[in-house]
Design a protein around this ligand. Structure first.
Ligand code: AMP
Ligand code: SF4
Length: 465
């Protein structure tokens, strides 16, 4: 049992996108989820209101593999929601690809979700004992069952259901005439509202607005629910007990550099992390390089502060999914090999500062250090633009399991030896807080979770003693 918990995969890094009152809503949703593809490459789906009924189409794979733009242009719909899904071994399968469709005598609806419900097991047991039958293993379906059980108007039922959920969620619910948009009380996952012509757009990341020519209006607030219908936009809160704790990893790794997460540009935040890292852990070297793509901003910041030339030492093969996507360690290692090539003429005979955004299992760092040494680097100084990850994420980011986290078990010096670097340093917690400049969830770096994590909580604490 304990082993299960420490090997549990918690990974629902997803992207959600919604359109209300725009011609070609399905096509826009296709473009929207396409620009959120980095948030999940294992499944994609769109639910749209067609002739007064909700239709869902979804499949495993990339957005371009699941949908053909030609077929979408023929669909006449003014309201749609879409989703891209990330999952590793065990969590996949077509039934868990979203949107989740809920058939209900008071009116069908579809749900998309980014995040992770931490009291999912408790709620599932309760709901099943009261007769609910689940058709997926995803925690998203829980919201559907809770809504069905509550009383009142549809909006009241959603609000009551949301109060039962603990953890991270950015949800959208599409009915035949209304789009509901909501964010958990800690605001772990980003969710923004935009406008395009007479219609509204909702997206996990603002970069998707730019891609379709929409204008950013604002972020959905923690604990807020928006109702978008023919009456326009109605704003309310389902709880006043809010506690702003945006996920630090959204800035460090997950979001696109051209996105604004709660008003802060991701590229600028990463650059600042790199600058502070250089201030904290400078070393004499000839060049600074970054691991493409998510570390390039912090490498630029490091180079700018240190005045050591920024160079292009590694090239990424764009057509390979993220390393983590591969369920086994062997596949992951092969994935890293396929993903990166080294520029020998840049690296050869140089003392290199290699900047990466994070170390999770250590697979990437170990491989790249070797790659650089094989290409003739005299020294490889690894600099990580975030603190060591010592605890798993329970809020929807796959920072791996406790047993696989290299920094949970080894000291910085032991990690350095393991990855074969000449030196190794991480950004400090103070440095991270200074770079982002606002309250964040940093639980994977500190082990201090902003919410209770239920059955897991006690077991993890016990295990640590
Ligand atoms: P690892 O090889 O296990 O140490 O993973 C570190 C690499 O994975 C870094 O290059 C990061 O850019 C990337 N990374 C960090 N967090 C995640 C995540 N949650 N999902 C996928 N990749 C990640
Ligand atoms: Fe983000 Fe880490 Fe908090 Fe998870 S634990 S929400 S990855 S900061």
């Amino acid at each position: 049992m304990l082993k299960d918990i420490f090997d549990r995969k918690l990974n629902e890094e997803c992207g959600v996108f919604g359109v209300f009152n725009l011609k070609e809503a399905t096509m826009l949703t296709y473009y929207g989820i396409h620009s959120l593809q980095h948030r999940g490459q294992e499944g994609a789906g769109i639910a749209a209101v067609i002739d007064g009924k909700i239709k869902v189409e979804k499949g495993e794979g990339l957005v371009t593999e699941v949908f053909s733009p030609e077929s979408l242009t023929k669909i006449e719909s003014k309201m749609a929601i879409g989703h891209v899904r990330y999952s590793t071994a065990g969590g996949g399968g077509i039934e868990n690809v979203q949107p989740i469709f809920v058939r209900c005598h008071q009116g069908d609806f579809a749900i998309v979700h980014n995040g992770n419900i931490v009291n999912a097991n408790e709620l599932k047991i309760e709901l099943e004992s009261e007769g609910s039958i689940f058709s997926t293993t995803s925690d998203t379906e829980i919201l559907g069952h809770l809504i069905q059980k509550e009383k009142g108007s549809f909006e009241e039922r959603i609000k009551k259901a949301l109060l039962r959920l603990e953890g991270a969620f950015s949800f959208m619910i599409l009915t035949k005439d209304t789009l509901y948009v909501m964010r958990d009380k800690n605001g772990f996952r980003p969710l923004s509202l935009g406008k395009l012509g007479e219609g509204y757009i909702v997206s996990s990341e603002t970069s998707a607005f730019d891609n379709i020519g929409a204008e950013y209006i604002r972020d959905i607030k923690p604990g807020e629910i928006l109702k978008i219908s023919k009456n326009g936009l109605e704003e309310s809160n389902y709880t006043e007990k809010v506690n702003n704790r945006m996920c630090a990893m959204e800035y460090i790794y997950f979001s696109r550099p051209d996105s604004q997460v709660e008003g802060l540009n991701v590229h600028q935040c990463r650059k600042k992390c790199g600058e502070i890292l250089a201030r904290e852990a400078l070393v004499d070297a000839d060049i600074v390089i970054g691991v493409p793509d998510s570390s390039l901003s912090s490498a630029m910041g490091f180079a700018e502060y240190s005045k050591i030339p920024y160079e292009m030492g590694l090239i990424k093969n764009r057509y390979i999914g993220r390393t983590f996507i591969k369920p086994s360690q062997e596949q992951r290692e092969r994935g890293v090999k396929m993903k990166l090539s080294v520029l020998k003429s840049v690296i050869s005979n140089k003392r290199v500062i290699l900047v990466d955004d994070s170390i999770v299992r250590g697979t990437t760092s170990k491989y790249i250090v070797k790659l650089l040494k094989d290409a003739g680097a005299k020294e490889v100084h690894m600099r990580i633009a975030s603190p060591p990850i010592i605890s798993p994420c329970f809020y929807g980011v796959d920072t791996s399991t406790y047993n696989e986290l290299i920094s949970a078990k080894l000291t910085v010096e032991e990690v350095r030896k393991e990855i074969g670097a000449t030196s190794l340093a991480f950004l400090s917690m103070d440095g991270l807080e200074e770079a982002i400049g606002k309250k964040l969830c940093t639980a994977c770096f500190t082990g201090k979770y902003p919410t209770e994590i239920f059955s897991m909580d006690k077991m993890i604490k016990n295990r640590r003693k």
